[in-house]
Design a protein around this ligand. Structure first.
Ligand SMILES: [Zn+2]
Length: 119
C-alpha cells in the first residue's frame, strides 16, 4: 500500500532549472543545472562556486554571502517541512493534487515569491 505514488508526494516539490541567475534586472545571465535531481549538499556545492564571482555578462556580484546563507536557510526549511508534513498530501485526491500551485521563489536580498499559476 505504501508503494503508491501518493505516498511519495512532497508537500513542497522543488525544481531548480538553474544553478545561479544574475540578479541584475537588465541582465539575463544564468547557469543551467545539468542534473535535474541534485541532493541539497550537491546544490550547495554547485552554488558555492559562484560566491562573490562577477557575472560574465554585466560584472555584478552573482552571489553575495547574504543571499547564499538565505538560500541554505530556505532549502533546510523546505526539507524540514517535507520530512514532517508531506503526509498531509496523502489525503489530496489525484484531481486536486494535479491542480496544485506552482510558485517561483527567488533569493536575492530576501525572498521573492511569484505565483505562476495566476499568470
Ligand atoms: Zn549579469
Amino acid at each position: 500500500m505504501f508503494n503508491s505514488p501518493r505516498f511519495k508526494r512532497q508537500l513542497l516539490e522543488v525544481t531548480e532549472r538553474t544553478i545561479v541567475v544574475c540578479d541584475n534586472p537588465n541582465c539575463n545571465y544564468e547557469v543551467p543545472a545539468e542534473a535535474s535531481e541534485r541532493t541539497l549538499a550537491e546544490k550547495i556545492k554547485d552554488l558555492s562556486f559562484y560566491l562573490n564571482k562577477p557575472c560574465l555578462i554585466c560584472g555584478d556580484n552573482l552571489l553575495t554571502e547574504k543571499d547564499f546563507k538565505t538560500y541554505i536557510t530556505v532549502q533546510k526549511f523546505v526539507a524540514w517541512l517535507n520530512k514532517y508534513f508531506s503526509w498531509i498530501t496523502w489525503f489530496y485526491s489525484d484531481k486536486s493534487w494535479a491542480k496544485r500551485n506552482t510558485i517561483c521563489v527567488h533569493t536575492h536580498e530576501g525572498i521573492t515569491i511569484d505565483d505562476l499559476s495566476k499568470h
